[in-house]
Design a protein around this ligand. Structure first.
Ligand code: PMV
Length: 320
């Protein structure tokens, strides 16, 4: 075993969202979720024991940053596996963080992979998924390539993701980077507020039906159904945020303009759908065959925005 272990994990975008926790400390969700791992965006993280450090240290994108979230995560290994000294974590996000694209999924998945190598744990992917979940719920899915389902389970043991289909179905995601102007609301806080919405129980029920339909649509490579279900699921998630006792909104005007532009493309007969997470960025779901045409239309209509095309990507890789 070498002294420095490096792991790479890709980010994932949920087609059926995780938006609510049954247990906040353990990140046990209220619903199961399904995602596609993206080839384009990833985090590469190296870890090593370093007893000359007074505490766990995190170097993110070449800068030393607050390590408290990483420290809390490493403490899970300290209490469950073995007590160990300070760890130096060096991480690089190949994710456009400036535009607020979430990187916690790839970050905690990569850190899990690297720590399992450093501690020689020989974890099965589903065990890695459980650890990653504790860092950030969506990280549980970034262990796997292509499509993953995080089965909600009910406790620490039973809540983890699994590979759903380890094949590409020619689905494309065009990521539109919309910069945030409003104050950010963390996903944990956003979920807590959304769970108070009078529509929350309906969203949970609907999500189970959508998950079933989504699985069938993916297995048929039916991109229109995949897009329609993902769009309905995501917009309903944002509806909860607008209709809870303390309403909040992740959208900006640009987000709304993009949604209506994509809707018009669909009405013209194109395959174009949106999915949006806890921020203003819009991911446009389309097919491999139509991606270039839709990208051109987007660039012509939104010349100030940056767009990236992403496809299904690989699962975690640990270099030992
Ligand atoms: O993993 P978290 O706590 O950052 O939550 C992610 C929540 C969404 O991105 C909005 C949805 C999802 O399933 O990824």
């Amino acid at each position: 075993m070498s002294d420095i272990i490096t792991a790479t994990a890709h980010t994932n975008i949920a087609l059926i969202k995780y938006w609510g926790k049954e247990n906040v400390d353990l990140n046990i969700p209220t619903t199961s979720s399904l995602s596609m791992t993206l080839d384009k965006f990833y985090t590469r993280t190296s870890v090593e024991f370093n007893n000359s450090l007074a505490q766990d240290t995190l170097i993110l994108n070449e800068k030393e940053v607050d390590p408290s979230r990483v420290h809390r995560f490493l403490n899970i290994f300290r209490s469950e596996v073995a007590d160990f000294g300070s760890v130096l974590v060096i991480s690089k996000n190949h994710v456009p963080t400036a535009a607020g694209l979430a990187s916690s999924a790839s970050s905690f998945a990569a850190l899990t992979g690297a720590m399992s190598g450093l501690l020689d744990l020989n974890l099965m992917p589903t065990q890695m998924s459980r650890y990653a979940r504790r860092g950030s719920g969506s990280a549980s899915r970034s262990i796997f390539g292509n499509f993953a389902i995080w089965n909600k389970g009910e406790d620490e043991e039973s809540s983890y993701a699994e590979s759903f289909l380890n094949e590409d179905i020619e689905l494309s995601m065009i990521v539109a980077e919309v910069s945030a102007t409003s104050k950010k609301m963390s996903s944990t806080k956003g979920m807590q507020l959304a769970q108070l919405s009078p529509d929350y129980a309906t969203w949970v029920e609907r999500s189970a039906v959508q998950l079933k339909e989504m699985k069938a649509a993916i297995l048929r490579s039916d991109i229109e159904r995949v897009g329609l279900i993902a769009q309905e699921n995501s917009l309903a998630m944002h509806d909860l945020n607008w209709n809870c006792p303390e309403p909040f909104d992740y959208f900006t005007d640009k987000t709304r303009e993009l949604i209506s532009f994509v809707d018009n493309c669909y009405k013209e007969g194109l395959l174009a759908f949106v999915t949006i997470d806890a921020g203003p960025n819009v991911k446009i779901i389309t097919s491999r065959a139509q991606e270039k045409y839709i990208l051109k239309r987007l660039q012509d209509n939104f010349p100030d925005l940056q767009f990236d095309i992403a496809h299904a990507g690989p699962g975690i890789r640990v270099e030992v």
